[in-house]
Design a protein around this ligand. Structure first.
Ligand code: FAD
Ligand code: DHB
Length: 410
């Protein structure tokens, strides 16, 4: 058995794990990242694309935004279609904040290159990852790296291994409370090599179901269709996907939609999950490992970045001053922000989707809510503050300040 030692052992090289490793390195804290998939796999995995301004600012402050600043598409509003009419929600005019379209896999590539350039330790294709002794002050991670059994001794373990990871499973069932909600529909998402047909994101509420037109670059479109849960991809040949998108985006009958080769496609279930607290002993969970939201409001990656920011700050204070209070308050700060993200994701999901069992009354209520959003500046502003992440940043800021103001407890 090969034995290694680090300050923070990080499980998972998704956005959470890589960003945490980078932020810790900036503060002189050593980490080892363990990822079960290959580097190629994590760099190609197509997922999120909408970064809130707070997330972009965090990446910029951490020196990670050179390419993002060159290639990211800054947005100031989105289009909303329902009842055969189109409306614009000018979120920047309402809040002063923008969003940025930049593929999650591009952010992951940038993070891996930054870790590489700094001589950081990121191991890919690692098997049998198993956190041990997390309730003690000497936690360890056992794993297999390039066929060798390895044990890593650490001060802390960060579980950044996504919803299906191992870290959450190591916490005894009685030590946490979990919350879960599964929606009765899914999203079929495609990435297509075709210039977007819209400059801003287009959210379309249609009687056949929701559709979203997003983009990754001036040459790559990202489109989503509401479909039945566990919909077989085999039932959706290219021509059916494009025809259904055209129908749901149409304003006056047929609508032009740029079509092109489909580069990737997948079906994503719509689920919410949360656990309280997000820590157990020396194990701290961040991002999808601790919570997931349905993708409707594009909050998952942004909540993950918010967790990691708080965890990096708390670990920095622990190492620099020996103060445990920020680490002890980690869950409390993150959960307040996370529940706000859960609530807004649920609001956006119910606003945009057709529910299989809903009656005509429910359809009318949704239409009334949509009309309110595009006619009341107060309603649009409250919505926009959540959409761009401004509302959550205020919450985290207030909770974080209250936490740091506390006297050290050692
Ligand atoms: P992950 O990205 O899941 O990374 C976890 C990593 O851990 C993975 O690389 C995994 O291979 C690894 N791992 C798992 N198990 C182990 C193990 N046992 N050992 C070692 N490694 C392990 N969010 C937004 O903010 N904006 C959006 O626009 C948006 N759109 C989305 C669209 C879709 C279709 C989907 C599916 C999600 C979307 N999200 C969006 C959510 C976002 O993609 C996730 O919240 C984000 O990936 C979370 O990052 P993470 O690092 O916490 O987890
Ligand atoms: C994207 C995903 C979303 O859920 C959303 O609301 C906006 C954009 C995207 O993947 O581009």
């Amino acid at each position: 058995m090969r034995r290694l030692r680090t300050q923070v052992a990080i499980v998972g090289a998704g956005p959470s794990g890589l960003l945490l490793s980078h932020l810790l390195a900036l503060r002189g804290i050593d980490s080892i990242v363990l990822e079960q998939r290959s580097r190629d796999y994590v760099e190609q995995r197509v997922r999120a694309g909408l970064l809130e301004q707070g997330t972009v600012d965090l990446l910029r402050e951490a020196g990670l935004a050179d390419r993002l600043d060159r290639e990211g598409l800054v947005h100031e509003g989105f289009e909303l279609r329902f009842d055969g009419s189109q409306h614009r929600l000018p979120f920047t005019e309402l809040t002063g904040w923008t969003t940025c379209m930049y593929g999650q896999q591009e952010m992951v590539k940038d993070l891996i290159r930054a870790r590489e350039a700094a001589g950081g330790q990121v191991h890919f294709s690692v098997d049998d990852v198993a956190p041990r002794d997390v309730a003690t002050t000497c936690p360890r991670v056992r794993c297999t790296i390039a066929g060798d059994a390895v044990e890593i001794a650490a001060d802390f373990i960060a579980g950044c291994d996504g919803f299906h990871g191992v870290c959450r499973q190591t916490i005894p069932a009685g030590a946490v409370t979990t919350y879960e909600h599964v929606y009765p529909f899914a999203w079929l998402g495609i990435l297509a090599a075709v210039p977007p047909s819209t400059v801003e994101l287009l959210y379309a509420v249609h009687e056949r179901g929701f559709a979203l037109h997003s983009m990754r670059s001036p040459a790559i479109s990202r489109l989503y269709l509401q479909v039945a849960p566990a919909e077989p991809l085999a039932d959706w040949p290219d021509h059916r996907i494009w025809a259904e998108l055209r129908t749901r985006f149409a304003l006056d009958g047929e609508e032009a939609l740029n079509e092109g080769p489909i580069l990737s496609r997948s079906v994503t279930e719509m689920r919410s999950f949360a656990m309280e607290p997000m820590q157990y002993g020396r194990l701290f969970l961040a991002g999808d490992a601790a919570h997931i939201v349905p993708p409707s409001a594009a909050k998952g990656l942004n909540l993950a970045a918010a967790d990691v920011r708080v965890l990096a700050a708390a670990l920095t204070v622990w190492y620099a001053e020996g103060r445990p209070d920020l680490l002890e308050g980690y869950s409390r700060v993150c959960l307040a922000a996370m529940w706000q993200g859960q609530e807004f994701s649920a609001v956006m999901t119910s606003l945009l989707h057709r529910f299989p069992d809903e009656d005509r009354y429910a359809v009318k209520l949704r239409q009334a809510r949509l009309r309110d959003l595009v006619t009341s500046r107060a309603a649009a502003t409250a919505f926009a503050e959540q959409y761009v992440g401004l509302a959550r940043t205020r919450l985290t800021g207030a909770a974080g300040a209250a936490l740091s103001a506390r006297p050290a407890q050692r």
